[in-house]
Design a protein. Structure first.
Length: 65
């Protein structure tokens, strides 16, 4: 399977592919199709940064005081 690093990072951090697609401004079905072919390093880095942003935002919203 292509782009296992992206898929595994999302899975490990509990981020759904549709959440990434939403941030990219594309449909989740199109994003899934994008992942069928190996992405460029530049695109992978952009997606990895999006995953990190989603995790940080989720952690901020679930922090107990």
């Amino acid at each position: 399977m292509k782009n296992n690093d992206i898929r595994n990072m999302a899975l490990t951090h509990g981020v759904k592919l549709w959440q990434i697609a939403e941030r990219l401004g594309i449909t989740d079905s199109y994003f899934s199709r994008m992942l069928r072919k190996e992405l460029t390093q530049e695109k992978k880095e952009k997606i990895q940064n999006i995953i990190i942003e989603i995790v940080k935002e989720r952690d901020l919203n679930t922090t107990k005081y």
